[in-house]
Write a protein that binds this ligand. Structure first.
Ligand SMILES: *[C@@H]1O[C@H](CO)[C@@H](O)[C@H](O)[C@H]1NC(C)=O
Ligand SMILES: *[C@@H]1O[C@H](CO)[C@@H](O)[C@H](O)[C@H]1NC(C)=O
Ligand SMILES: *[C@@H]1O[C@H](CO)[C@@H](O)[C@H](O)[C@H]1NC(C)=O
Length: 270
């Protein structure tokens, strides 16, 4: 099973605009580090009913009114980092040049890395996910998921982590029970030691639902380390992927992209 266009696709935000570097001296607002784990194509109620997804929601806060912003998958991945679907309506490869979250993070001095399972950089293309060119520092932050264990061992996990399971583990192909089993073993094995220093937030989300009306998806906020989240709580605020983006922007004081992130509400803490 190869990765489809979209995982590689958030790719495609080839940023060319340079921002003035600003100095961030403030402590991040709510969390020191965030991990965003993205599963696929499952209805809210289906994920919520899975024993493993339900188990991890109970260890934090379940967002009971969270929605994808489009179908099919790719525009949702783009929305999470660009604050807009940027007019993309399919999973076909696209090259985009719009500013995105990574521009904001880099300008604010916030470290980030995107870890994708079964990821191999295409040497035949000059472009790289979220990046300018193969070989650039930004491109080198888009890494195979196996690098996470290395970064953990070196106490070098960045402040913003995007984690993209492959198309089996994310439930796209084998469904939610398989994804839930994967989730449970991933959570248990990953979030120990150097992975959870300080206030650590893990966001477990989906790109979109199965296509039924409302596009409601499961999203859970799971705290580790010294993060304050009301364990076992729920929040029925109408959130979507722009809320996730806004939460990261506001937490690190990066400013916004001038897209749907401007008016989106960040998540509520604790
Ligand atoms: C991903 O890589 C692993 C390890 O090489 C392999 O066992 C698995 O089949 C691959 N999965 C997909 C969905 O490509
Ligand atoms: C994206 O840009 C690369 C490099 O210029 C090019 O090889 C590729 O065909 C482009 N892809 C699309 C879908 O336009
Ligand atoms: C939950 O995940 C664990 C793996 O950590 C697995 O052994 C178990 O079967 C899963 N539970 C269900 C009901 O799928």
């Amino acid at each position: 099973m190869v990765l489809s266009g979209r995982s590689v696709a958030a790719a495609l935000l080839v940023a060319t605009v340079s921002l003035l570097a600003i100095t961030v001296d403030a402590t991040p607002l709510w969390f020191d580090r965030i991990y965003v784990l993205i599963f696929e194509n499952t209805d809210y109620l289906t994920a919520k009913a899975d024993p493993n997804f339900s188990k991890w929601a109970a260890k934090g806060k379940l967002l009971t009114n969270y929605h994808g912003v489009a179908h099919p998958s790719q525009p949702n991945y783009i929305a999470m980092v660009a604050g807009s679907t940027l007019g993309v309506t399919t999973d076909a490869n696209v090259n985009l040049s719009n500013n995105n979250l990574v521009d904001l993070l880099e300008a604010a001095g916030v470290s980030w890395r995107s870890y994708s399972e079964n990821y191999t950089q295409l040497s035949s293309s000059p472009n790289c996910n979220l990046a300018t060119t193969i070989g650039s520092a930004r491109c080198n932050n888009i890494v195979p998921a196996t690098k996470l264990a290395v970064d953990k061992a070196n106490n070098a996990i960045p402040q913003v982590v995007l984690y993209i399971p492959n198309q089996c583990n994310d439930g796209h192909d084998p469904g939610v029970t398989y994804a839930g089993t994967y989730l449970d073993s991933f959570m248990t094995s990953t979030f120990t030691g150097n992975a959870i220093t300080g206030r650590t937030l893990v966001v477990i989300t989906f790109d979109e639902n199965s296509g039924t009306s409302g596009n409601q998806i499961y999203t859970a906020l799971v705290p580790f380390g010294s993060l304050s989240i009301t364990v076992g709580s729920t929040d029925n605020t109408n959130f979507n992927h722009y809320s996730l983006l806004k939460t990261i922007e506001q937490n690190f004081g990066t400013g916004n992209l001038g897209q749907n992130d401007v008016t989106a509400s960040p998540f509520n803490f604790p």
